[in-house]
Design a protein around this ligand. Sequence first.
Ligand code: GLU
Length: 503
Amino acid sequence: MAGQRVRTRFAPSPTGYLHVGGLRTALYNYLFAKKMNGDFVIRIEDTDQSRKVEDAEKNLISTLEWSGIIADESPVHGGNYGPYVQSQRLSIYRDYCIRLLEEKNAYYCFSTSEELEENRQLQIKQGLQPKYNRKWLPEDMGGNVPESEIKKKLDEGVPYVVRMKVPDYVSVWFEDLIRGPIEFDSATIDDQVLMKSDGFPTYHFASVIDDHLMEFTHIIRGEEWLPSMPKHLLLYEFFGWEPPKFAHLPLLLNPDRSKLSKRQGDVAVEDYIRKGFSSEAIINFIALLGWNQGEGSEQEVFSMDELISKFSLERVGKAGAVFNIEKLNWLEKQYIKIRPVEKIIAVIKPLLIRELETKTSQLPLSRITSDEYLGKVIDLMRERVNYEHEFVTFSSYFFFEPETFEAEAVEKRWTPETPALLKEFAVLLEAGDDFTAEGIEALLKEFVAPKGLKPAVLIHPLRIVTSGVSFGPSLYHMLEVLGKEAVLRRIQHGITVIAASVV
Ligand code: GLU
């Protein structure tokens, strides 16, 4: 393997959606391959036809691409090692199965599922680990069944599976790149089914064959596959193939340290996309679930390029990684703070245009959809939003006149004198020729001082009538962005609506 081009793969089963754990596996495989200037491949493992979901394969690949993980080879991109979908490789598995049967490393098994279940229950009762009882192991492989009986069953067309014959006493050993040396005793290994009665291979059989034929150098996957290692290693041995290197990633945990489950939160990447998380934050967050840069490093925000250059399997831990949604929220905010204005505009403009199809704005459409206006809204709001879509939803008053006014704020900040003060100030605003944040601030202070009032008596009501809410960015900057005409209209409108409601 020395000097060989690094090749890794993500091998999902198309069961409907991309699990966050799957995204982590894909990402680590991708980062490792790219760091080593190698190839990252997507192979679809659809040998369990009962679990197959239409279009799942396309969704998986497009979700990965959305997050910036682009395969060098896949069912969509093609490549020299295809087909990349296991159900299109059945004749390959059949040929290798025949070879194992001929070489006496596998045998036909005609046991029915009822027999298997009975045997299982019996072994459990006896306190044994359930294993196939080798009822159909042929005489020439150390069992009791004569060759003629097997032939007869085959001729009669009795359904069968093919099982691997696990050697009786052998220890199977390998060195995991994350966990170090791991040894298994063959006495604990079952005679695994390789070919199912429907003619499809099992995951174990197909994935070993494909991993070899597709020349993968490193298999990086979840810890749940660790118990399958002895079966896989025996298959490599039967075929006389050199196994690739293996790295088993730590489990993903809920904050209470139980295994990450749907019950405690979303596990589909699509759910996070729908909520409005960006690919940068999701990738950054997922990268840190098991990997860290090392002692002494405080860095938490990593771009994909940085991750590629810094990633290493040596720095992936063995301990379960806690899926802490607070961290994802925090990362999203960090990205919104630093994201170039044009990128945000490209995302929010279509959202705004969609909103404008159903809601009327009193502001000129050409102004509020202009890059200049959106840029100003973004500057004012980027510290305050949690997701990009909130530039439109949470900041809707920049685009739509408020229809309601926060009741609590009105109760707290609205006095019988407020309407008159606002009206008087509106006259000054209208006459003024400096509608900048500084100009408005100066005017407001000059207005309240001679009356012996604090600016707050106007600041809060002004915010309520112009935005409908009691919180937001700097009031003066917000008014400047809204523009004189809109502000004057909103003062009038707010006074009328609130007066009607407080009476
Ligand atoms: N198809 C397996 C899965 O769904 C792949 C396991 C492996 O990477 O070997 O996770």
